[in-house]
Design a protein around this ligand. Structure first.
Ligand code: AMP
Ligand code: MN
Ligand code: MN
Length: 324
């Protein structure tokens, strides 16, 4: 309870940051916590959120217009709070403030997180970082604005309470947040369900061009740079594609790749439970959760898939031997 209060004792200035290519949980956690701190601790002279460009649909959240994306100021914060970032490198440019801060706290739920801050609150069983934050603050002091941000975080990381990371506890937290009077239906539709026309088109293309590997246990799709240009899309327009691939009957693992640079691919993986994709991602220098993980890999699509499916096949064999 109220662990946040203990962490900010004697602190005047705070920087809060999440991971690169921020998703709903990352943005919701950063804005929910910063808003809570601003509202409840007048002794704080500065609470600044640093994040890469945030998708337009999240702009309705209180404080979204104050998010900073420039790092020129040579500031030394009393406290740096890292949210939803499984390792220090994923903080991107905000690492400069992490390195100079007098104290660092990490709040996260990635199983791959080794605890890179001075104080670490890592709860791998939690659905989202937003759920972890909920447990660290006072329920009675949660305003509608804070509730909106935390609810959005939970909605995104649970796929609207559908993924296996959703627990009875998650539902209880969501219930408390709903009671704060939030427009939950609008949050779900406008930040999670609605896609622009080009986002739907690129999803359609990814599904159409997908291939099955490992006897139908693995579904794969890739988007190359030239397709980004053709459809005029950016990486954040690709959110949700890998989840669509996962729900293909018979599939154990879905892999979605996009070309992030010449001979370089961003890898997103989702599992239906029999393969630990965090283990696969960690093997290639990334991380995440058992059923949702990612990494960046070098080479052609063929090289990347060969390496990934090699690891997945090994796990499937091991499981088969154990079951026999
Ligand atoms: P994504 O497929 O990008 O949605 O990522 C799935 C999950 O894995 C998210 O919780 C990410 O934060 C995490 N993740 C993705 N890439 C990495 C990485 N390179 N290192 C650590 N965690 C990652
Ligand atoms: Mn995230
Ligand atoms: Mn998360």
């Amino acid at each position: 309870m109220n662990k946040i209060k203990a962490e900010i004792e004697g602190v005047s200035t705070i920087a809060i940051a999440g991971h690169i290519r921020p998703d709903g949980d990352c943005v919701g956690s950063c804005l929910g916590l910063s808003q809570y701190l601003i509202e409840n601790f007048p002794q704080l002279t500065e609470v600044t959120v640093y994040l890469e460009e945030v998708p337009g649909s999240y702009q309705f959240l209180k404080g979204a217009d104050k998010i900073r994306n420039s790092y020129e100021d040579k500031k030394e914060y009393d406290l740096f709070i890292a949210l939803d970032s499984g390792d220090k490198e994923r903080l991107g440019k905000a690492q400069c403030y992490f390195d100079t801060a007098k104290k660092t706290v990490c709040i996260d739920h990635h199983i791959s997180n080794k605890g890179y801050a001075k104080v670490n609150y890592i709860v791998p069983d939690a659905s989202s970082t937003a759920e972890v934050i909920f447990d660290m603050i006072e329920q009675e002091k949660i305003t509608k604005e804070v509730a909106e941000a935390l609810y959005m975080g939970i909605v995104h990381d649970t796929g609207v309470f559908q993924y296996s990371c959703t627990s009875p506890k998650t539902m209880r937290v969501a219930a408390v947040l709903m009671e704060k009077g939030i427009d939950f239906n609008r949050i779900i539709d406008e930040t999670f369900n609605y896609k622009t026309y080009v986002q739907k088109q690129i999803l359609g293309r990814a599904l159409l061009e997908s291939i099955m590997l490992l006897d139908g246990k693995c579904i794969v799709s890739a988007i190359r740079q030239k397709e980004f240009e053709f459809y005029n899309v950016k990486p954040s327009d690709l959110d949700g594609i890998v989840s669509q691939l996962r729900t293909t009957k018979g599939v154990e693992v879905a892999i979605f790749l996009y070309e992030s640079n010449v001979q370089e691919y961003r890898v997103s993986m989702r599992s239906n439970g029999n393969v630990d994709v965090n283990e696969v991602a960690c093997y290639f220098g990334g991380g995440g959760h058992v059923r949702a993980a990612g990494c960046t890999m070098q080479g052609s699509v063929y090289d990347v898939l060969n390496n990934l499916t090699g690891q997945i096949e090994r796990q499937l064999h091991q499981k088969q031997e154990k079951d026999e």
